[in-house]
Design a protein around this ligand. Structure first.
Ligand SMILES: Cc1cc2nc3c(=O)[nH]c(=O)nc-3n(C[C@H](O)[C@H](O)[C@H](O)COP(=O)(O)OP(=O)(O)OC[C@H]3O[C@@H](n4cnc5c(N)ncnc54)[C@H](O)[C@@H]3O)c2cc1C
Length: 399
């Protein structure tokens, strides 16, 4: 939609071919219905970072927000630089895009999946809905496989691989973590502030920890901070053949962590970082409380049940580094974004034009770019759409 608007705003006649029965369904589901559409903080792209940065240099977050403000959207900034529509409704983001497309008389054909894109003597031809559409440029912005029915089944990548493009293997990212049943038994439904660190089988930290609200489920651990670790967990499994262990540090719940919900020191990955503080804390409680009431009023009952009977050193260890051996990452249906996609190196980062097929452009999650939680994925989709739209028109005018 941003690609269509930016191309149409520069005078192009634009047709949007949409496979679903309406455009922008994923926007409605995003940010728990609030749509976290951008992030004003430092860019965070675990996948395709250097390529994403080049696009975001041309179309930084300020330009994405100007674009939306120009369409009438009012936005607010929340913690961590996350940007949401001021009214708190994802529908507002989709409404302003759709209204602008109507005003600019952009034709939209829904229920019209593109089956093939071909090069012709004059440009490109997209085949959809039993018809052929000729154009000087085609912008492929079919998204990824994440989000179950909101994503595609992988078939959309073939539009570009059939033209010679490479697909970097795809896997779910920003997805809940699956764990050994015994590790989470009895805890399902608990939502706890925690610091989460992934460690290899030898206990060595794999990257920096994430802090936030972790949600125990019957299959494992969910919540934004857990989902942030899915990509890294999958990489470790690929590299070593073994899933890593998740260590949960409950110091924030006990007020032992001054940077509650704040940014963590990236270098600080020690899963036992609060062990000493935890022990002192418990010993102080042991002076005033009976042994069987030590955990009361301190941790939720489900967790207290799970930990009862343990000695103070054991309790301190369980609360500073609660081990959850992982068994997998939930699939695309439960993921928010796709890691992998159409290889970025085959597109000009200044224009998003294919280096293999003149007139072909790609934008958004379809490319091998995936961002962290916090608005980075939509921001990249919007920014790359704006760039692809304007560059497609510029190139067509130069012909
Ligand atoms: C539950 C959930 C919550 C999320 N929350 C956030 C959030 O708060 N902030 C954030 O930054 N990101 C969030 N994301 C990720 C974000 O929504 C996506 O990264 C973003 O929508 C990608 O935009 P896109 O335009 O590339 O693809 P999409 O939004 O997926 O749009 C692609 C469109 O192409 C259509 N299409 C597919 N194949 C074809 C075809 N062959 N022919 C024609 N049309 C086709 C699809 O139907 C779809 O309408 C969330 C994702 C999910 C699943």
């Amino acid at each position: 939609m941003t690609a269509a608007l930016s191309a149409s705003g520069r005078g192009a006649r634009v047709l949007v071919l949409e496979a679903a029965n309406r455009v922008g369904r994923k926007i409605l589901a995003s940010g728990n219905g609030r749509c976290n559409l951008a992030n004003l903080g430092p860019e965070s792209y675990p996948g395709g970072g250097p390529f994403a940065q080049k696009i975001l240099r041309q179309c930084p977050v300020s330009r994405v927000l100007d674009f939306f403000h120009g369409l009438g959207l009012v936005t607010v900034e929340e913690d961590g630089g996350r940007v949401y529509p001021g009214c708190g409704q994802a529908a507002a983001v989709l409404d302003v895009l759709r209204s602008a497309m109507e005003r600019q008389k952009i034709e939209v054909l829904c229920d019209t999946p593109v089956k093939r894109v071909q090069q012709t003597k004059w440009g490109l031809r997209a085949e959809a809905g039993g018809k052929a559409f000729d154009a000087s440029a085609v912008i492929a912005a079919c998204g990824g496989m994440a989000g179950g029915k909101l994503g595609h089944d992988g078939g959309a990548y073939r539009l570009l691989t059939d033209l010679g493009h490479t697909l970097t293997p795809v896997k779910p990212a920003l997805a809940p973590l699956m764990a050994e049943k015994s590790a989470v038994r009895g805890l399902s439904g608990l939502r706890l502030p925690a610091i989460l660190t992934l460690c290899d089988q030898k206990g060595q930290p794999l990257g920096h920890p994430f802090q936030g609200e972790a949600l125990f489920t019957d299959y494992g651990v969910s919540g934004v901070c857990a989902m942030e670790l899915a990509r890294r967990a999958g990489e470790e499994k690929e590299k070593t053949g073994a899933w890593p262990v998740l260590y949960m540090d409950f110091a924030p719940m006990l007020g032992l962590c001054p940077r509650y919900y704040g940014a963590l020191d990236k270098a600080d990955g020690d899963p036992n970082r609060h062990l000493k503080a935890m022990r002192v804390f418990l010993e102080e409680r042991a002076h005033i409380l009976p042994k069987d009431a030590l955990l009361q009023g301190m941790v939720p009952r489900l967790l207290a049940e799970r930990l009862k009977g343990r000695s103070i050193p054991e309790l301190a260890r369980s609360l500073a580094a609660f081990p959850v051996p992982l068994t997998g990452v939930r699939g695309f249906e439960y993921a928010q974004v796709t890691a992998g996609g159409v290889a970025c190196g085959e597109f000009d980062p200044a224009t998003l034009q294919s280096l293999l097929v003149p007139g072909l452009y790609a934008a958004g999650e379809m490319l091998d770019v995936d961002g962290a939680c916090g608005g980075f994925n939509l921001q990249f989709a919007f920014a790359s759409g704006i760039v692809a739209g304007e560059e497609a028109v510029r190139a067509a005018l130069m012909l």
